[in-house]
Design a protein around this ligand. Structure first.
Ligand SMILES: [Zn+2]
Length: 234
């Protein structure tokens, strides 16, 4: 399957034995796929997409709103994402410390006091996300520092409204978005590398992207997973 970009939207092009062209938006993955006959020209494909691009945008916009408006109550049965996978929350009562006990492939076990509020549960979950992220960020920084020949002096995790990460070049400090704990861990690595490349090249110049290509040849694939969430790289 090849892909092309139209109005900033990546569209997978799937050529197969069919008569007509079809454009589909897969809302759960935020993916746009064009199915078309084997020998149709790229020009015809582009025209076909251009005529329908507003429709595609409308669908993707709807998805973005759904993702952002998702109000969780943090009760048993809620679906939460951890490292790209959806898991069911199981809430149990405890008289001891309120915390996340374990996270398996299917479940997240949370122990709370009887009168805990959704806000408190959210905070417990976020503290856990933060600790997981910090662990993984540490791993990635240690991996990439010798490969890139840079040193990160400090890093942190915080909630950010529009960006996946930021880099303070002078202080050699990077900040990563708490939301990254919900996505595939490859996305986190891509953002960490992006911020670390800024220690070598301040601007998103040709050199910046050459360095990205050199260190992480599949970075565009990884960024595609990020771009559907409505956040941007720095
Ligand atoms: Zn950047």
């Amino acid at each position: 399957m090849s892909s092309l970009i139209e109005s900033g939207i990546t569209i997978d092009v799937n050529r197969k034995k069919i008569k007509n062209m079809y454009l589909r938006v897969y809302l759960s993955e935020g993916r746009v796929v064009l199915s078309c006959p084997w020998h149709v020209s790229e020009g015809k494909i582009r025209t076909f997409i251009r005529e329908r691009i507003q429709w595609v945008k409308k669908h993707l916009e709807k998805r973005k709103n759904q993702v952002q408006k998702e109000e969780l109550r943090y009760v048993t049965g809620d679906e939460l994402r951890v490292w790209g996978l959806s898991r069911s929350l199981m809430v149990y009562e405890t008289s001891k410390t309120q915390r996340i006990i374990s996270v398996s492939e299917e479940e997240i076990m949370m122990f709370v006091k009887g009168k805990s509020t959704p806000e408190k549960r959210k905070q417990i979950m976020e503290d856990w996300y933060r600790s997981q992220l910090k662990e993984m960020i540490r791993v990635f920084i240690s991996k990439w520092e010798p490969l890139m020949g840079v040193k990160v002096r400090e890093f942190g995790v915080k909630k950010m409204k529009t960006r996946w990460g930021t880099c303070n070049i002078r202080d050699r400090r990077i900040w990563l978005n708490l939301e990254l704990a919900k996505l595939d861990v490859n996305c986190l690595e891509c953002v960490v590398v992006h911020e670390m490349v800024h220690l070598l090249e301040r601007h998103h110049s040709d050199r910046f992207y050459r360095l990205m290509d050199q260190f992480l040849p599949d970075w565009t694939e990884r960024e595609r997973l990020l771009c559907f969430t409505g956040f941007q790289s720095c």
